[in-house]
Design a protein around this ligand. Sequence first.
Ligand SMILES: NC(=O)c1ccc[n+]([C@@H]2O[C@H](COP(=O)([O-])OP(=O)(O)OC[C@H]3O[C@@H](n4cnc5c(N)ncnc54)[C@H](O)[C@@H]3O)[C@@H](O)[C@H]2O)c1
Length: 453
Amino acid sequence: MTDNPWSRRQFMRIGAGALAAGAAAKVTLLEPSNVLAAATQAQSGNTIRFASIGTGVRGCELLAASLRVPGVECVAVSDLWEGRLTAAQQTLKKQVATTRNYKEILDRKDIDAIIVACTDHQHRRVVVDACNAGKDVYCEKPLSHTVEDGFAILAAAQKNNRIMQVGSQRVSSILYEKARQIYASGKLGQVCCIEAYWDRNSASGAWVYPIPPGVNDQNIDWKEYLVGAPSIPFDPVQFFRWRCFTAYGEGLGGDLFVHLISGIMFITGTNTVPTRAQSTGGLYRWKDGRQFPDLIETFYDYPDFRVYMRCNLNNDGGEFIGFYGTEGTMIIRDSTLTFSPQNTAPEMEGYSTKGWPEDLRKQYEENWEKDHPPAAPFASKLTDEVEEYVPPKGYNDTVDHEANFFNAVRSRKPCVENEVFGNNAALGCHLANYSYFNKRPAMWDASAKKITG
Ligand SMILES: NC(=O)c1ccc[n+]([C@@H]2O[C@H](COP(=O)([O-])OP(=O)(O)OC[C@H]3O[C@@H](n4cnc5c(N)ncnc54)[C@H](O)[C@@H]3O)[C@@H](O)[C@H]2O)c1
Protein backbone atom coordinates (compact mmCIF):
# COMPACT_ATOMS: atom_id res chain seq x y z
CA MET A 1 0.00 0.00 0.00
CA THR A 2 1.18 3.50 -0.71
CA ASP A 3 0.06 6.79 0.88
CA ASN A 4 -1.70 7.62 -2.33
CA PRO A 5 -5.35 6.49 -2.16
CA TRP A 6 -5.09 5.60 -5.89
CA SER A 7 -3.02 2.64 -6.91
CA ARG A 8 -0.09 3.34 -9.18
CA ARG A 9 -1.89 1.84 -12.12
CA GLN A 10 -4.99 3.91 -11.50
CA PHE A 11 -2.79 6.97 -11.34
CA MET A 12 -1.06 6.10 -14.55
CA ARG A 13 -4.33 5.65 -16.35
CA ILE A 14 -6.04 8.66 -14.87
CA GLY A 15 -3.07 10.98 -14.80
CA ALA A 16 -1.85 10.35 -18.28
CA GLY A 17 -5.01 9.46 -20.07
CA ALA A 18 -8.38 10.33 -18.66
CA LEU A 19 -7.32 13.55 -16.97
CA ALA A 20 -5.65 14.78 -20.10
CA ALA A 21 -8.59 13.83 -22.26
CA GLY A 22 -11.17 15.20 -19.84
CA ALA A 23 -9.37 18.43 -19.01
CA ALA A 24 -10.11 21.44 -21.17
CA ALA A 25 -7.34 21.99 -23.70
CA LYS A 26 -5.00 24.91 -23.23
CA VAL A 27 -6.05 27.19 -26.11
CA THR A 28 -3.49 29.56 -27.65
CA LEU A 29 -4.42 32.29 -30.07
CA LEU A 30 -1.59 32.44 -32.59
CA GLU A 31 0.19 35.73 -33.26
CA PRO A 32 0.01 37.14 -36.80
CA SER A 33 3.19 36.38 -38.72
CA ASN A 34 5.75 39.10 -39.36
CA VAL A 35 5.85 38.76 -43.16
CA LEU A 36 3.64 41.80 -43.66
CA ALA A 37 5.82 43.86 -41.31
CA ALA A 38 8.87 42.77 -43.29
CA ALA A 39 7.12 43.87 -46.49
CA THR A 40 6.34 47.30 -45.00
CA GLN A 41 9.95 47.81 -43.94
CA ALA A 42 11.40 46.74 -47.27
CA GLN A 43 9.05 48.62 -49.54
CA SER A 44 10.29 52.22 -49.19
CA GLY A 45 10.57 53.53 -52.75
CA ASN A 46 10.60 50.02 -54.07
CA THR A 47 7.08 49.13 -55.21
CA ILE A 48 6.89 45.81 -57.02
CA ARG A 49 4.73 46.06 -60.14
CA PHE A 50 3.00 42.84 -61.08
CA ALA A 51 0.37 41.50 -63.46
CA SER A 52 -2.04 38.60 -63.16
CA ILE A 53 -2.49 36.11 -65.97
CA GLY A 54 -5.80 34.37 -65.30
CA THR A 55 -8.30 36.40 -63.30
CA GLY A 56 -11.01 33.85 -62.63
CA VAL A 57 -12.08 32.84 -59.13
CA ARG A 58 -8.59 32.37 -57.73
CA GLY A 59 -7.06 35.17 -59.74
CA CYS A 60 -9.55 37.61 -58.21
CA GLU A 61 -8.93 36.20 -54.72
CA LEU A 62 -5.22 36.78 -55.21
CA LEU A 63 -5.81 40.32 -56.47
CA ALA A 64 -7.96 41.04 -53.40
CA ALA A 65 -5.24 39.65 -51.13
CA SER A 66 -2.59 41.76 -52.90
CA LEU A 67 -4.40 44.90 -51.75
CA ARG A 68 -3.37 43.95 -48.20
CA VAL A 69 0.32 43.44 -49.06
CA PRO A 70 2.37 46.64 -48.68
CA GLY A 71 4.59 47.81 -51.53
CA VAL A 72 3.00 45.96 -54.44
CA GLU A 73 0.82 47.17 -57.28
CA CYS A 74 -1.09 45.29 -59.96
CA VAL A 75 -0.71 47.15 -63.25
CA ALA A 76 -2.16 44.73 -65.82
CA VAL A 77 -4.38 41.67 -66.11
CA SER A 78 -4.94 39.04 -68.77
CA ASP A 79 -7.75 36.56 -69.20
CA LEU A 80 -9.54 34.80 -72.03
CA TRP A 81 -13.08 35.80 -70.99
CA GLU A 82 -13.90 39.48 -71.02
CA GLY A 83 -16.09 39.09 -67.94
CA ARG A 84 -13.00 38.12 -65.95
CA LEU A 85 -11.18 41.27 -67.04
CA THR A 86 -14.08 43.33 -65.71
CA ALA A 87 -14.16 41.31 -62.47
CA ALA A 88 -10.42 41.84 -61.99
CA GLN A 89 -10.72 45.60 -62.27
CA GLN A 90 -13.70 45.62 -59.94
CA THR A 91 -11.64 43.63 -57.42
CA LEU A 92 -8.73 46.06 -57.73
CA LYS A 93 -11.16 49.02 -57.59
CA LYS A 94 -9.26 50.70 -60.43
CA GLN A 95 -8.65 50.54 -64.16
CA VAL A 96 -5.58 48.60 -65.25
CA ALA A 97 -4.34 47.48 -68.66
CA THR A 98 -6.27 44.44 -69.85
CA THR A 99 -5.54 41.94 -72.61
CA ARG A 100 -6.54 38.50 -73.81
CA ASN A 101 -2.98 37.97 -75.02
CA TYR A 102 -0.73 37.39 -72.02
CA LYS A 103 2.41 37.81 -74.14
CA GLU A 104 1.71 41.55 -74.33
CA ILE A 105 2.15 41.64 -70.55
CA LEU A 106 5.41 39.71 -70.69
CA ASP A 107 6.79 42.21 -73.21
CA ARG A 108 6.41 45.07 -70.72
CA LYS A 109 9.71 46.02 -69.08
CA ASP A 110 8.00 47.85 -66.20
CA ILE A 111 6.48 44.62 -64.81
CA ASP A 112 8.62 42.71 -62.30
CA ALA A 113 6.47 39.74 -61.38
CA ILE A 114 3.57 37.67 -62.68
CA ILE A 115 0.82 35.86 -60.85
CA VAL A 116 -0.24 32.84 -62.90
CA ALA A 117 -3.78 31.83 -61.98
CA CYS A 118 -4.96 30.32 -65.23
CA THR A 119 -6.25 26.80 -65.73
CA ASP A 120 -3.72 24.09 -64.93
CA HIS A 121 -3.17 22.96 -68.53
CA GLN A 122 -1.80 26.42 -69.35
CA HIS A 123 0.59 26.71 -66.38
CA ARG A 124 3.57 25.32 -68.27
CA ARG A 125 3.19 27.56 -71.28
CA VAL A 126 2.60 30.76 -69.33
CA VAL A 127 5.21 30.12 -66.61
CA VAL A 128 7.95 29.10 -69.05
CA ASP A 129 7.26 32.20 -71.18
CA ALA A 130 7.22 34.40 -68.06
CA CYS A 131 10.55 33.00 -66.81
CA ASN A 132 12.11 33.42 -70.24
CA ALA A 133 10.89 37.03 -70.23
CA GLY A 134 12.79 37.58 -66.97
CA LYS A 135 9.74 37.78 -64.66
CA ASP A 136 9.47 36.31 -61.19
CA VAL A 137 6.46 34.03 -60.91
CA TYR A 138 3.80 33.13 -58.37
CA CYS A 139 2.14 30.10 -59.97
CA GLU A 140 -1.06 28.70 -58.58
CA LYS A 141 -1.08 25.11 -57.45
CA PRO A 142 -0.69 22.50 -58.77
CA LEU A 143 2.52 23.55 -60.48
CA SER A 144 2.01 21.10 -63.31
CA HIS A 145 -0.67 19.42 -65.36
CA THR A 146 1.65 16.55 -66.33
CA VAL A 147 4.98 15.15 -65.13
CA GLU A 148 6.75 16.65 -68.14
CA ASP A 149 5.17 20.08 -67.56
CA GLY A 150 6.62 20.20 -64.04
CA PHE A 151 10.18 19.52 -65.13
CA ALA A 152 9.89 22.01 -68.02
CA ILE A 153 8.77 24.72 -65.56
CA LEU A 154 11.54 23.82 -63.12
CA ALA A 155 14.17 24.06 -65.86
CA ALA A 156 12.86 27.44 -67.06
CA ALA A 157 12.83 28.91 -63.53
CA GLN A 158 16.35 27.66 -62.79
CA LYS A 159 17.87 28.58 -66.17
CA ASN A 160 16.58 32.14 -65.83
CA ASN A 161 17.41 32.37 -62.13
CA ARG A 162 13.86 33.40 -61.27
CA ILE A 163 12.13 33.65 -57.90
CA MET A 164 9.23 31.29 -57.98
CA GLN A 165 6.50 30.37 -55.55
CA VAL A 166 3.71 27.84 -55.96
CA GLY A 167 0.29 28.68 -54.57
CA SER A 168 -0.50 26.22 -51.78
CA GLN A 169 -0.95 28.99 -49.27
CA ARG A 170 -1.03 26.73 -46.22
CA VAL A 171 2.75 26.61 -46.49
CA SER A 172 2.75 30.25 -45.27
CA SER A 173 0.00 29.76 -42.68
CA ILE A 174 0.77 30.57 -39.04
CA LEU A 175 -1.18 27.44 -38.07
CA TYR A 176 1.02 25.22 -40.22
CA GLU A 177 4.13 27.00 -38.93
CA LYS A 178 3.06 26.09 -35.37
CA ALA A 179 2.48 22.50 -36.49
CA ARG A 180 5.93 22.48 -38.10
CA GLN A 181 7.51 23.64 -34.83
CA ILE A 182 5.70 20.97 -32.80
CA TYR A 183 6.75 18.28 -35.29
CA ALA A 184 10.37 19.49 -35.30
CA SER A 185 10.47 19.60 -31.48
CA GLY A 186 10.19 15.81 -31.38
CA LYS A 187 7.15 15.94 -29.09
CA LEU A 188 5.32 13.54 -31.36
CA GLY A 189 8.07 10.91 -31.03
CA GLN A 190 8.42 8.81 -34.15
CA VAL A 191 5.69 9.47 -36.72
CA CYS A 192 5.13 6.49 -39.01
CA CYS A 193 1.56 7.23 -40.00
CA ILE A 194 -0.14 10.34 -41.37
CA GLU A 195 -3.76 10.56 -42.43
CA ALA A 196 -5.29 13.40 -44.43
CA TYR A 197 -8.63 14.03 -46.01
CA TRP A 198 -10.70 16.79 -47.53
CA ASP A 199 -14.35 15.89 -47.95
CA ARG A 200 -17.12 18.13 -49.31
CA ASN A 201 -20.81 17.63 -49.93
CA SER A 202 -22.16 20.34 -52.22
CA ALA A 203 -22.50 21.16 -55.90
CA SER A 204 -19.91 23.91 -55.54
CA GLY A 205 -17.56 21.54 -53.72
CA ALA A 206 -17.97 19.16 -56.67
CA TRP A 207 -17.14 22.01 -59.12
CA VAL A 208 -20.64 22.21 -60.60
CA TYR A 209 -20.23 25.95 -61.07
CA PRO A 210 -23.01 27.93 -62.80
CA ILE A 211 -22.32 28.99 -66.40
CA PRO A 212 -22.61 32.79 -66.67
CA PRO A 213 -25.32 33.93 -69.10
CA GLY A 214 -24.25 35.31 -72.47
CA VAL A 215 -20.87 33.57 -72.78
CA ASN A 216 -19.89 32.56 -76.30
CA ASP A 217 -16.85 32.08 -78.50
CA GLN A 218 -16.76 35.82 -79.20
CA ASN A 219 -16.27 36.94 -75.60
CA ILE A 220 -14.17 33.89 -74.69
CA ASP A 221 -10.97 33.23 -76.65
CA TRP A 222 -11.75 29.54 -77.16
CA LYS A 223 -8.87 28.92 -79.58
CA GLU A 224 -6.35 30.17 -77.03
CA TYR A 225 -8.01 28.14 -74.26
CA LEU A 226 -7.48 24.95 -76.27
CA VAL A 227 -3.72 25.43 -76.65
CA GLY A 228 -2.26 22.25 -75.18
CA ALA A 229 -5.65 20.48 -75.24
CA PRO A 230 -7.59 18.53 -77.89
CA SER A 231 -9.49 20.69 -80.36
CA ILE A 232 -13.27 20.62 -79.70
CA PRO A 233 -16.19 22.95 -80.53
CA PHE A 234 -16.94 25.75 -78.04
CA ASP A 235 -18.24 24.25 -74.79
CA PRO A 236 -18.71 26.55 -71.79
CA VAL A 237 -18.93 23.56 -69.44
CA GLN A 238 -15.34 22.63 -70.33
CA PHE A 239 -14.31 26.24 -69.71
CA PHE A 240 -16.05 26.93 -66.39
CA ARG A 241 -15.96 23.40 -64.93
CA TRP A 242 -12.52 22.54 -66.25
CA ARG A 243 -11.49 20.64 -63.10
CA CYS A 244 -13.80 17.79 -64.19
CA PHE A 245 -11.86 17.12 -67.42
CA THR A 246 -8.50 15.48 -67.97
CA ALA A 247 -7.49 17.93 -70.74
CA TYR A 248 -7.37 20.89 -68.34
CA GLY A 249 -7.23 19.65 -64.74
CA GLU A 250 -6.25 16.70 -62.55
CA GLY A 251 -9.50 16.19 -60.64
CA LEU A 252 -9.28 15.90 -56.88
CA GLY A 253 -5.54 15.20 -57.07
CA GLY A 254 -4.61 18.58 -58.50
CA ASP A 255 -7.38 20.47 -56.75
CA LEU A 256 -7.20 19.23 -53.15
CA PHE A 257 -4.58 16.49 -52.64
CA VAL A 258 -1.93 19.04 -53.58
CA HIS A 259 -2.84 21.25 -50.60
CA LEU A 260 -2.73 18.29 -48.21
CA ILE A 261 0.55 17.01 -49.67
CA SER A 262 2.15 20.48 -49.53
CA GLY A 263 1.02 20.87 -45.92
CA ILE A 264 2.45 17.49 -44.93
CA MET A 265 5.71 18.21 -46.77
CA PHE A 266 6.07 21.58 -45.04
CA ILE A 267 5.23 20.36 -41.54
CA THR A 268 7.45 17.28 -41.70
CA GLY A 269 10.33 18.99 -43.54
CA THR A 270 10.00 16.51 -46.41
CA ASN A 271 10.86 17.66 -49.90
CA THR A 272 10.65 14.57 -52.03
CA VAL A 273 8.28 12.54 -54.18
CA PRO A 274 6.56 9.49 -52.70
CA THR A 275 8.22 6.34 -54.01
CA ARG A 276 4.86 4.63 -54.50
CA ALA A 277 1.17 5.47 -54.58
CA GLN A 278 -1.80 3.13 -54.63
CA SER A 279 -5.25 4.55 -55.30
CA THR A 280 -8.80 3.39 -55.41
CA GLY A 281 -12.11 5.23 -55.60
CA GLY A 282 -14.88 5.80 -58.12
CA LEU A 283 -17.46 8.09 -59.62
CA TYR A 284 -20.56 7.44 -57.55
CA ARG A 285 -22.74 10.52 -57.56
CA TRP A 286 -21.67 13.43 -59.79
CA LYS A 287 -22.26 11.63 -63.08
CA ASP A 288 -22.44 14.76 -65.20
CA GLY A 289 -20.00 13.75 -67.92
CA ARG A 290 -16.89 14.34 -65.81
CA GLN A 291 -13.78 12.25 -66.33
CA PHE A 292 -12.56 12.13 -62.71
CA PRO A 293 -13.83 10.20 -59.69
CA ASP A 294 -15.78 11.87 -56.87
CA LEU A 295 -14.00 9.66 -54.34
CA ILE A 296 -10.29 8.93 -54.40
CA GLU A 297 -8.26 7.24 -51.70
CA THR A 298 -4.49 6.89 -51.95
CA PHE A 299 -1.75 5.28 -49.89
CA TYR A 300 1.61 7.00 -50.29
CA ASP A 301 5.06 5.65 -49.38
CA TYR A 302 7.34 8.46 -48.20
CA PRO A 303 10.81 7.57 -46.92
CA ASP A 304 10.05 8.11 -43.22
CA PHE A 305 6.29 7.56 -43.00
CA ARG A 306 3.20 6.36 -44.83
CA VAL A 307 0.30 8.63 -45.74
CA TYR A 308 -3.34 7.73 -46.26
CA MET A 309 -5.10 10.46 -48.23
CA ARG A 310 -8.71 10.81 -49.32
CA CYS A 311 -11.03 13.25 -51.03
CA ASN A 312 -14.73 12.46 -51.03
CA LEU A 313 -17.29 14.74 -52.68
CA ASN A 314 -20.14 12.81 -51.08
CA ASN A 315 -19.92 13.80 -47.41
CA ASP A 316 -19.01 17.02 -45.63
CA GLY A 317 -16.09 15.82 -43.54
CA GLY A 318 -14.06 19.04 -43.91
CA GLU A 319 -10.28 19.27 -44.02
CA PHE A 320 -8.11 17.11 -41.76
CA ILE A 321 -4.49 16.10 -41.33
CA GLY A 322 -3.49 13.77 -38.48
CA PHE A 323 0.09 12.96 -37.47
CA TYR A 324 0.18 9.84 -35.32
CA GLY A 325 3.41 9.60 -33.33
CA THR A 326 4.73 7.27 -30.66
CA GLU A 327 4.56 10.08 -28.10
CA GLY A 328 1.77 12.31 -29.33
CA THR A 329 -0.96 12.97 -31.84
CA MET A 330 -1.18 16.22 -33.77
CA ILE A 331 -4.37 17.06 -35.64
CA ILE A 332 -5.19 19.92 -37.96
CA ARG A 333 -8.95 20.06 -38.41
CA ASP A 334 -9.96 22.98 -40.60
CA SER A 335 -8.45 25.99 -38.73
CA THR A 336 -7.67 24.32 -35.42
CA LEU A 337 -4.46 22.57 -34.45
CA THR A 338 -4.32 20.23 -31.44
CA PHE A 339 -1.51 18.30 -29.87
CA SER A 340 -2.40 15.46 -27.46
CA PRO A 341 0.32 13.47 -25.75
CA GLN A 342 0.18 9.70 -25.76
CA ASN A 343 0.48 7.87 -22.45
CA THR A 344 4.00 6.52 -22.63
CA ALA A 345 4.48 5.95 -18.88
CA PRO A 346 5.73 2.43 -18.19
CA GLU A 347 2.87 0.17 -17.15
CA MET A 348 2.97 -3.05 -15.22
CA GLU A 349 1.98 -5.94 -17.48
CA GLY A 350 -1.50 -7.00 -16.44
CA TYR A 351 -2.68 -8.95 -19.43
CA SER A 352 -0.29 -11.71 -20.34
CA THR A 353 0.45 -12.54 -16.68
CA LYS A 354 -3.16 -13.63 -16.20
CA GLY A 355 -2.06 -17.01 -17.45
CA TRP A 356 0.77 -17.31 -14.88
CA PRO A 357 0.66 -19.18 -11.59
CA GLU A 358 -0.27 -16.79 -8.79
CA ASP A 359 3.12 -16.88 -7.03
CA LEU A 360 4.99 -16.00 -10.21
CA ARG A 361 2.57 -13.20 -11.00
CA LYS A 362 2.86 -11.80 -7.46
CA GLN A 363 6.64 -11.92 -7.64
CA TYR A 364 6.62 -10.18 -11.03
CA GLU A 365 4.34 -7.43 -9.68
CA GLU A 366 6.44 -6.89 -6.55
CA ASN A 367 9.62 -6.65 -8.61
CA TRP A 368 7.97 -4.30 -11.04
CA GLU A 369 6.77 -1.98 -8.23
CA LYS A 370 10.31 -2.01 -6.79
CA ASP A 371 11.88 -1.15 -10.13
CA HIS A 372 9.37 1.60 -10.88
CA PRO A 373 8.90 3.82 -7.80
CA PRO A 374 5.81 6.01 -8.24
CA ALA A 375 6.32 9.53 -9.55
CA ALA A 376 5.18 12.43 -7.38
CA PRO A 377 1.38 12.45 -7.40
CA PHE A 378 0.03 14.20 -10.52
CA ALA A 379 3.59 15.16 -11.52
CA SER A 380 2.86 14.32 -15.12
CA LYS A 381 -0.44 16.14 -15.30
CA LEU A 382 0.93 19.37 -16.73
CA THR A 383 2.88 17.70 -19.47
CA ASP A 384 -0.19 15.68 -20.37
CA GLU A 385 -2.20 18.76 -21.18
CA VAL A 386 -3.84 18.91 -24.60
CA GLU A 387 -2.67 21.98 -26.53
CA GLU A 388 -4.91 23.76 -28.99
CA TYR A 389 -3.90 26.55 -31.37
CA VAL A 390 -6.14 28.78 -33.46
CA PRO A 391 -5.36 31.70 -35.77
CA PRO A 392 -6.90 35.11 -35.02
CA LYS A 393 -10.37 35.80 -36.46
CA GLY A 394 -10.22 36.83 -40.12
CA TYR A 395 -6.69 35.43 -40.58
CA ASN A 396 -5.94 34.90 -44.28
CA ASP A 397 -2.99 32.70 -45.17
CA THR A 398 -3.20 33.78 -48.83
CA VAL A 399 -2.13 37.29 -47.79
CA ASP A 400 0.89 35.86 -45.94
CA HIS A 401 1.71 33.59 -48.88
CA GLU A 402 1.70 36.50 -51.30
CA ALA A 403 3.74 38.62 -48.90
CA ASN A 404 6.31 35.82 -48.69
CA PHE A 405 6.54 35.78 -52.47
CA PHE A 406 6.94 39.53 -52.85
CA ASN A 407 9.47 39.62 -49.99
CA ALA A 408 11.49 36.98 -51.87
CA VAL A 409 11.27 39.03 -55.07
CA ARG A 410 12.93 41.86 -53.12
CA SER A 411 15.47 39.81 -51.17
CA ARG A 412 16.24 37.33 -54.00
CA LYS A 413 16.19 34.55 -51.38
CA PRO A 414 14.27 31.45 -52.56
CA CYS A 415 10.71 30.85 -51.35
CA VAL A 416 10.02 27.80 -49.19
CA GLU A 417 7.42 26.57 -51.69
CA ASN A 418 9.64 27.11 -54.70
CA GLU A 419 9.57 25.26 -58.01
CA VAL A 420 11.29 22.15 -56.59
CA PHE A 421 8.87 21.88 -53.67
CA GLY A 422 5.89 22.61 -55.93
CA ASN A 423 7.01 20.05 -58.48
CA ASN A 424 7.44 17.35 -55.83
CA ALA A 425 3.98 18.09 -54.42
CA ALA A 426 2.35 18.02 -57.87
CA LEU A 427 4.07 14.73 -58.70
CA GLY A 428 2.28 13.21 -55.71
CA CYS A 429 -1.02 14.14 -57.39
CA HIS A 430 0.04 12.67 -60.71
CA LEU A 431 1.06 9.42 -59.00
CA ALA A 432 -2.37 9.18 -57.33
CA ASN A 433 -4.20 9.69 -60.65
CA TYR A 434 -1.91 7.30 -62.52
CA SER A 435 -2.65 4.58 -60.00
CA TYR A 436 -6.40 5.30 -60.03
CA PHE A 437 -6.74 5.21 -63.80
CA ASN A 438 -4.37 2.28 -64.36
CA LYS A 439 -5.69 0.26 -61.41
CA ARG A 440 -2.21 -0.61 -60.18
CA PRO A 441 0.46 0.91 -57.91
CA ALA A 442 2.31 3.89 -59.39
CA MET A 443 6.07 3.89 -58.77
CA TRP A 444 8.22 7.01 -58.98
CA ASP A 445 11.44 6.51 -60.95
CA ALA A 446 13.47 9.51 -59.77
CA SER A 447 16.41 9.01 -62.13
CA ALA A 448 14.20 8.69 -65.23
CA LYS A 449 11.80 11.38 -63.88
CA LYS A 450 8.93 9.11 -64.84
CA ILE A 451 6.03 7.25 -63.31
CA THR A 452 6.21 3.52 -63.90
CA GLY A 453 3.95 0.74 -62.78
N1 LIG B 1 -4.59 28.08 -53.87
C1 LIG B 1 -5.89 27.87 -53.85
O1 LIG B 1 -6.52 27.73 -52.81
C2 LIG B 1 -6.63 27.80 -55.16
C3 LIG B 1 -8.02 27.92 -55.18
C4 LIG B 1 -8.67 27.87 -56.41
C5 LIG B 1 -7.94 27.68 -57.58
N2 LIG B 1 -6.60 27.56 -57.53
C6 LIG B 1 -5.81 27.40 -58.76
O2 LIG B 1 -5.89 28.62 -59.47
C7 LIG B 1 -5.93 28.37 -60.88
C8 LIG B 1 -7.18 29.00 -61.47
O3 LIG B 1 -8.32 28.41 -60.88
P1 LIG B 1 -9.70 29.18 -60.85
O4 LIG B 1 -10.58 28.50 -59.87
O5 LIG B 1 -9.47 30.62 -60.69
O6 LIG B 1 -10.25 28.87 -62.32
P2 LIG B 1 -11.19 29.80 -63.22
O7 LIG B 1 -11.79 28.93 -64.25
O8 LIG B 1 -12.11 30.57 -62.32
O9 LIG B 1 -10.18 30.83 -63.88
C9 LIG B 1 -9.16 30.40 -64.73
C10 LIG B 1 -8.97 31.48 -65.78
O10 LIG B 1 -7.76 31.21 -66.49
C11 LIG B 1 -7.93 31.85 -67.73
N3 LIG B 1 -6.92 31.42 -68.68
C12 LIG B 1 -6.68 30.18 -69.17
N4 LIG B 1 -5.68 30.21 -70.05
C13 LIG B 1 -5.27 31.51 -70.12
C14 LIG B 1 -4.27 32.19 -70.87
N5 LIG B 1 -3.49 31.55 -71.75
N6 LIG B 1 -4.15 33.51 -70.71
C15 LIG B 1 -4.94 34.20 -69.86
N7 LIG B 1 -5.90 33.60 -69.13
C16 LIG B 1 -6.05 32.27 -69.26
C17 LIG B 1 -9.33 31.48 -68.15
O11 LIG B 1 -9.82 32.41 -69.09
C18 LIG B 1 -10.08 31.51 -66.82
O12 LIG B 1 -10.85 32.69 -66.69
C19 LIG B 1 -5.85 26.88 -61.04
O13 LIG B 1 -4.51 26.50 -61.23
C20 LIG B 1 -6.36 26.35 -59.72
O14 LIG B 1 -5.88 25.08 -59.39
C21 LIG B 1 -5.93 27.64 -56.35
